[in-house]
Design a protein around this ligand. Sequence first.
Ligand SMILES: [Zn+2]
Length: 275
Amino acid sequence: MGKKKNSKPARLPQSLALPCTGVESHAHLDLAPFSSDIQEVLERAKESGVRHICNVFLGHDAWKKSRHLFDGHDEVFFIMGTHPSHVDQCTDAELDAMRAAFAEDSRLRGVGEIGLDYYWDHFPREAQKEIFIKQLHLAKELDTRVIIHSRDAAEDTITILEAEGFVDYPVLWHCFGGNTELAERIVKNGWYLSIPGTVTYPKNEEAREALKVIPLDRMLVETDSPYLTPVPYRGKRNEPAYTVFTAECIAKELGMETEEIWTTCGNNAVRFFGL
Ligand SMILES: [Zn+2]
């Protein structure tokens, strides 16, 4: 039998009626998919209970070009960094420009997303490591937080963070989708984990299982918009309002109320980013 086509429209994120206590900890709203309706996207997030949004700028140029999009939106704050898939852009001049940007814009709350990506492997691993370490040093110099991107590279990512003195430093492991063992190692080092919409996918049993070992004061939620859209909007463009569905899934898995997870993860983000 073929799958019955679901003609019912998906539930609106506002329909969960959550209080305005949640935080979307990772979105790329300056990218092209939001160029025509960013104001509506920000409005919908607010109506759905999102109190703050972290916009991720992939380098100094992106910040310079697009930070104005969020003028008048005090709920949006920023992080900035060179992604491991763009390490050729992280010259000494870029690091200087990032340093200056942090001095100029108090909305910048951390260096990220930085790390290692062995899935795409766009650059040799040694080059990725070198740029990762340079940006870790920048974060320490600026006394600001680190937001990690690590894909198929957990072992090397942890080794570098430990060697560079980042145990018990404010580190957020963005887009956590690993297993219980990895979650435990991250927690043991004093770091935070941000859970993306992929946790809602039926086959992602392992990631849901891992939720059980993450202390509730170390968990954040995110979308990674426009990517990784949770059920029931999977396959469509992602947006910050959809973090509510991720919180709902986590709550169900942990046998809690959605509102409790929503507010707890939101408070964790406020504390982590110093909002
Ligand atoms: Zn991202």
